[in-house]
Design a protein around this ligand. Structure first.
Ligand code: ADP
Ligand code: GLC
Length: 491
């Protein structure tokens, strides 16, 4: 029996619209929570890809004017998900990236676009759709940060609110002059409200005004309460520590299943690990690497941004090559990083390969064919590619930060002796330490029985959503109970 209703509000949802892990999480949580007695519906913007993926929908509300144009709220199923879709053509009928125009620059009306999403989320929270009146509204990242603000400043009965930080680097900061146009009252512009260093802070507002805050790993939850990684919000987060939890992400085991993965040249599981060799050969061939069964093939699947530490990997390439390694990189992002990797490919053809772009199928083949997945992030709230790597028998080599620290067990002597190790970690996050970690990984690879044990330990690790879903369900129940205890009148 599903006894609680939760509205999830997110700007991305897999498989309809995705730029990163946020979409994976928003797409997988509802299914995982169903087993925990939670009925979750997701509110997402009506991008063309989302509207195109809606099987059948009903108009449940019409807005005569929502931030500059008419809009409607649709309810329906898309890609197996229960969705509310904010169909506001003046804001969301744009192809390509959800946040930026084709020139890579943020849409100038992003403040209105995501205020509209937040406004709709708050209104559904207040009972706009009688068939689904949520107990809790769960918001993800800055594009939904104003939802708790609207609920707080509207007054009246409201659901409980949870704000999840997937990445503190993106905060949604906009000019104070927009306050009235966003439908926020003058008294909201204080340090206790939406004001953030003289601007309006969308994420800040959510973190200040939501009942509970979560982020996607316990270590990141601790890191962001320090000046080094708090990105200006550490003070606020410290004051809210009692309302904060770090809950690790899982991955969707039906999407990431090496035994049934149509993107692979050969499917495999822990009993048929040898079949990985065919994926390795297929990957080397597809990306233009020398087809060498014995070479240590590293894979990287990532957005190419400072966060992800690719400059450290570039600096460590000589070591990777000295150790006889190859590199298969898939990603897109900052032009200078892309240029550097194109240059590396030209310098080391057959050893380094770079596919620029976003390619779901190739991401799966890299997971199923690479020997090791490198994640050299400077900070990483959770990280999903190392979880997929565990599942696919690709030994993760990761920076010891955030969720990477929490999900990989280092193959130091104790870890190997206790047969618990699943990968290699390095810290501090510098090119020198990555160098050393590459050498250590190569030594482990030369010891094939130990390597195989690492692979099997990884494949046994529970990376499913089951544990995390239990945590979220417990948090929702706890919040509902706490609000009931405080006031009998609140829902
Ligand atoms: P982030 O959300 O910071 O980008 P995560 O590791 O949490 O990092 O999630 C990234 C997700 O996006 C994973 O599902 C990964 O497989 C996918 N991904 C990233 N870059 C690409 C790419 N170039 N092609 C295909 N999938 C990608
Ligand atoms: C963010 C983070 C990543 C996390 C993902 C999903 O984009 O960078 O570490 O896994 O969100 O929570």
């Amino acid at each position: 029996m599903k006894d609680i209703k939760v509205l999830s509000v997110a700007s991305e949802i897999f498989p309809l619209v995705k730029t990163g892990g946020l979409a994976d999480v928003a797409g997988a949580l509802p299914g995982a929570l169903a087993g925990e007695g939670v009925a979750m519906r997701s509110l997402v913007p009506g991008y063309p890809g989302v509207l195109g993926g809606l099987a059948k929908s009903d108009v449940v509300h019409r807005f005569a004017d929502l931030f500059g144009g008419p809009a409607q709220l649709l309810a329906g199923k898309g890609a197996g998900l229960d969705l509310f879709v904010l169909d506001a053509p003046h804001l969301f009928a744009r192809y390509g990236h959800p946040y930026t125009a084709t020139n890579g620059i943020d849409w100038s009306d992003n403040p209105a676009r995501f205020a509209a999403l937040s406004r709709a989320g708050a209104s559904v929270g207040q009972g706009l759709v009688p068939g689904f009146v949520p107990d809790i509204v769960h918001c993800h990242d800055w594009p939904t940060g104003l939802t708790p603000a609207y609920l707080a400043y509207d007054g009246g009965p409201r659901p409980g609110t949870v704000m999840t930080i997937h990445n503190l680097a993106f905060q949604g900061q906009f000019p104070a002059s927009l306050l009235a146009s966003l439908g926020l009252p003058p008294d909201s512009f204080t340090v206790e409200g939406v004001e953030y260093y003289g601007s309006i802070g969308y994420l800040k507002a959510g973190l200040r005004l939501a009942d509970r805050i979560t982020t996607v790993s316990p270590t990141y939850a601790a890191e962001i309460r320090t000046p080094e990684w708090g990105m200006g919000l550490d003070g606020l987060l410290k004051t809210r520590a009692a309302d904060m939890a770090g809950i690790l992400n899982g991955i969707d085991l039906s999407v990431w299943n090496p035994a049934g993965d149509a993107h692979l040249a050969a499917r495999f599981d822990a009993r048929r690990l040898a079949a990985r060799a065919r994926n390795k050969a297929a990957l080397q061939d597809r990306m233009g690497l020398a087809v060498e069964p014995a070479s240590l093939l590293f894979g990287v699947i990532t957005r190419l941004f400072w966060q992800k530490g690719l400059d450290l990997l570039l600096a460590a390439l000589p070591t990777l090559l000295q150790e006889g390694g190859q590199l298969a990189l898939l990603g897109a992002g900052d032009k200078p990083i892309e240029d550097d990797f194109h240059a590396a490919v030209a310098a080391y053809p057959g050893r380094i390969a770079f596919t620029r772009g976003y390619d779901e199928g190739l991401a799966h083949l890299i997971q199923g064919g690479a020997d090791s997945i490198i994640v050299p992030s400077r900070f990483e709230p959770c990280g999903l590619t190392q979880l997929c790597a565990l599942r696919y028998g690709a030994v993760p080599l990761v920076a010891r930060v955030g969720g990477l620290a929490d999900t990989i067990i280092d193959a130091n002597e104790a870890g190997v002796a206790a047969a618990t190790a699943t990968g290699v970690q390095f810290a501090p996050v510098t090119a020198d330490m990555l160098d050393a970690a590459l050498r250590r990984t190569a030594a482990l690879y030369r010891d094939q029985p130990t390597w195989k044990r690492l692979q099997l330990n990884g494949m046994k690790t529970d990376v499913s959503w089951q544990g995390p879903a239990r945590h979220y369900a417990a948090l929702y129940r706890d919040l509902i109970a706490a609000r009931r205890a405080r006031s009998g009148s609140q829902r």
